[in-house]
Design a protein around this ligand. Structure first.
Ligand code: BGC
Length: 372
């Protein structure tokens, strides 16, 4: 009984400790700037349709908002910064009072956000931080550093690095240099792996081993493009893996890069089986989940985009009702002008054995999407 009560108390204490702290909406002189519930005009700016996750992100949020009676304009910008800026400008001139933006290049939106502020619009950075602007009110994302930590720890465990095993040949990759998330993903993974590089348990035959977290962009793949990742892996394999040398592990920050890397490995003759390298990923894209089931990718870090949509939907309700917006991190995301109040969700690892229980049973993917 006592144990039960203590456990209950401990859980309650933990809940308070971890509990969401709050941040009030910045005073913008506009009073109820987003208007009452009758005035819910939302612009959603997503980066590209070329990646499954952004299609899901955009469509899910749009539907929830429309069901709640909001006017919604959803735009995709083909990964082109100028296009995204003009889409946001159109949303502002269309009367948007809340902007939800997954930036392509988070450092280029300052001027357009100035226009947004001029009409008292509230700006939520979605998944990716927007840098260099005062006019970013909130940030909703998954814990990006944790994504990288999960990838690094997966490699550490699979290779038995803590037990001193090695040396293993690693090829590390990083995400798009213009995406603020990419540096967090890399830092999370490299903080786990770099000590093993220093000890010689991990070797990077290509030499593309950043000296520290800040040097990550030197191995970044512009636009998160699969074909660029493939070409880069082709180069590394042909230049540094002659004479039967094999890659043991590839740190890939996400699924679009992993797809390119896997294509490159395939054309170099690697096949699923004991000697196939460990490959990480992120997003649980259909093609990658299939690859996981086929033994061609080891894991993906799953970020349930529905939970992110729900969180942003809740933020929008709070903003338009003039309530306090719930956040749970007020330290991590400094955009160069301010620390943006953030809500961080928790990512999780998915391996072959969890595909059914985590991805299919939850309805995130259909069995038929992945050939089950
Ligand atoms: C997102 C990832 C995604 C990548 C490429 C990042 O900002 O957080 O989920 O894989 O962009 O679109």
């Amino acid at each position: 009984m006592l144990k039960k009560i203590l456990t209950g108390a401990a859980i309650a204490a933990l809940a308070v400790g971890l509990g969401a702290c709050s941040s009030t909406r910045p005073a913008d002189g506009g009073g109820d700037a987003a208007g009452g519930s009758g005035d819910c005009n939302v612009g959603i700016a997503m980066p590209t349709r070329s990646l499954e996750r952004w299609i899901n992100d955009g469509e899910q949020l749009q539907k929830k908002l429309q069901d709640a009676g909001c006017t919604v304009d959803l735009q995709y910008a083909d990964n082109k910064t100028d296009q995204q800026i003009s889409q946001i400008q159109n949303q502002i001139s269309g009367g948007a009072k809340i902007l939800v933006i997954a930036a392509i290049d988070g450092s280029t939106l300052g001027p357009v956000l100035q226009e947004a502020k001029a009409q008292n619009a509230t700006v939520i950075a979605y998944d990716r931080l927007i840098n260099g602007s005062e006019n970013v009110d909130y940030y909703a994302t998954f814990d990006n550093y944790k994504v990288g930590t999960l990838q690094g720890q997966f490699i550490e465990e699979q290779l038995g690095l803590k037990d001193g095993k090695g040396p293993f040949n690693l090829e590390p990759f990083a995400g798009s240099p213009d995406d603020n998330n990419a540096k967090f993903f890399f830092a999370g993974a490299w903080d786990v792996l770099k000590p093993y590089v220093d000890k010689g348990q991990i070797v990077v035959p290509s030499g593309k081993s950043p000296a520290n977290d800040d040097a990550w962009a030197s191995i970044g793949i512009q636009g998160w493009a699969s074909d660029k990742a493939q070409a880069e892996m082709d180069n590394r394999l042909s230049s540094f893996y002659s004479g039967g040398k094999k890659v043991n592990v590839v740190l890939s920050p996400n699924d679009s890069l992993a797809i390119g890397i896997e294509a490159s490995l395939k054309s170099a003759g690697y096949t699923a089986g004991a000697d196939y390298p460990i490959i990480t990923g992120q997003d649980a894209d259909k093609a990658n989940v299939k690859a996981i089931l086929e033994g061609l990718q080891s894991m993906t870090v799953w970020k349930d985009t529905r939970a992110l949509g729900d969180r942003v939907f809740q933020m929008i309700q709070e903003i338009k009702d003039g309530k306090t917006v719930e956040v749970n991190d007020t330290k991590t995301y400094d955009n160069g002008k301010k620390v943006v109040p953030s809500y961080l969700l928790t990512p999780e690892v998915v391996v072959k054995d969890d595909v059914q229980s985590k991805l299919i049973d939850s309805g995130f993917l259909k069995a038929s999407d992945v050939g089950l």
